[in-house]
Design a protein around this ligand. Structure first.
Ligand SMILES: Nc1ncnc2c1ncn2[C@@H]1O[C@H](COP(=O)(O)OP(=O)(O)O)[C@@H](O)[C@H]1O
Ligand SMILES: [Mg+2]
Length: 341
């Protein structure tokens, strides 16, 4: 059952500099569904629109970002919610605190430096639950903090007294204290060293176990996705190019872009230096025609320069936007057809 459905979402940034208006189409026609209680990953190189997609899905839309088209609908047990149709920022903020929680990219550096950690918890719990200090506050926060394996003493610290890893854990604890139905985490492990990353991954798993929420995790780091996610979408230049469950994605990747990303991963015991993916994603001001990956694709065909491949299901639950696959499906259907005649 899906808890969130996104239909043909298009969002762009409009900026003006010396009377010249620039339009960056960062999310360009994204359609997908998130199942209740799953951990859904979104991967792709930097600049592919991952953070923008997350912002639009959690209703964090303010200039220069604008949603052009599409729907973002939540299907909670007690209500349906079209987050883009909510008028006021106040309404969206209420939903964001209690039902959905967005942990933005680089969030561990936004903890207020002149306030103790406890203050940040007081703000959230006070605003949303009306509990301001006292034993009720302590009980609530303590049980949450301790369930996540954090020490109550951190409450008395200032952010600069804590390590980067600890600050990130605090940010995640803050974002989950209200037990939201859906949690969006944008690059939660980026900028942390590998050992600390592992701690953050464990923390995310623990929250999922304790609270049974649905999670959407964005990172360019495929190893994290392999470790954490049930299903995975690969984004390239504002579009989803492949979606599958994590095992299928890693074992039988079908889009040449996914293959390129997987080939640049180091494998265990392999000491040779892996090539990073050659080239870079295109500018989204004036993206390439046809399949946006075509200028970098080792398997490019004439058609790829001219036409946009649609995301199609090639195996159960495995979707790909690539003309190579379209050919395969066509061949299969023709064979099936031949068998009938
Ligand atoms: N505030 C902004 N103003 C203008 N362009 C932006 C802004 N934020 C992001 N972009 C552009 O939108 C595109 C997608 O960015 P982003 O969603 O951050 O990608 P990702 O998270 O995959 O790295 C990029 O081309 C980026 O430069
Ligand atoms: Mg990002």
């Amino acid at each position: 059952m899906s808890i969130l459905s996104v239909e043909n979402l298009k969002a762009h940034y409009v900026t003006e500099k010396r009377r010249k208006i620039t339009r960056v189409l960062a999310v360009d026609g994204v359609t997908f569904h998130i199942n209740k209680n799953e951990i859904y990953g979104i991967a792709g190189e930097s600049g592919c629109g991952k953070s923008t997609l997350l912002k639009a899905m959690s209703g964090l839309i303010k200039p220069p970002l604008q949603v052009l088209e599409g729907e973002v609908k939540y299907h909670f047990d007690d209500r349906e919610l079209d987050i883009l149709a909510l008028r006021g920022e106040k309404e969206r903020r209420e939903i964001r605190g209690a039902r959905i929680s967005h942990i933005p990219q680089g969030s561990m550096s936004v903890l207020n430096p002149v306030r103790r950690i406890r203050k940040s918890f007081e703000d959230i719990v006070g605003t949303h639950l009306g509990i301001r200090g006292g034993s009720e506050f302590e009980e609530l926060v303590k049980s949450h903090i301790e369930a996540l394996g954090l020490d109550w003493n951190v409450m008395h610290s200032f952010p600069h007294q804590l390590s980067g890893g600890m600050r990130q854990r605090i940010t995640i604890a803050l974002a989950t204290i209200l037990k939201p139905d859906v949690i969006f985490a944008d690059e939660p492990t980026t900028a942390l060293d590998v050992v600390v990353q592992r701690g953050v991954v464990q923390l995310i798993k623990k929250i999922k176990q304790e609270q049974q929420n649905t999670m959407v995790i964005v990172t360019h780091d495929l190893a994290i996705h392999a470790n954490l996610c049930d299903r995975l979408a690969i984004m390239y230049a504002g579009r989803i190019v492949e979606e599958a469950n994590v095992d299928d994605m890693f074992q039988t990747p079908k889009h040449p872009y996914t293959e390129m990303l997987l080939n640049s991963l180091p494998t265990l015991g392999d000491r040779s230096v892996r090539e990073s993916a050659p080239g870079a994603p295109p500018s989204l001001v004036n993206p390439p025609s046809g399949c946006r990956f075509h200028p970098r694709c080792p398997k490019v065909m004439e058609k790829c320069r001219l036409e946009v491949p649609e995301l199609i299901e090639v195996e159960s639950g495995h979707q790909v936007a690539c003309f190579l696959q379209e050919g395969r499906v066509y061949e299969q259907t023709r064979e099936l057809g031949a068998n009938y005649h």
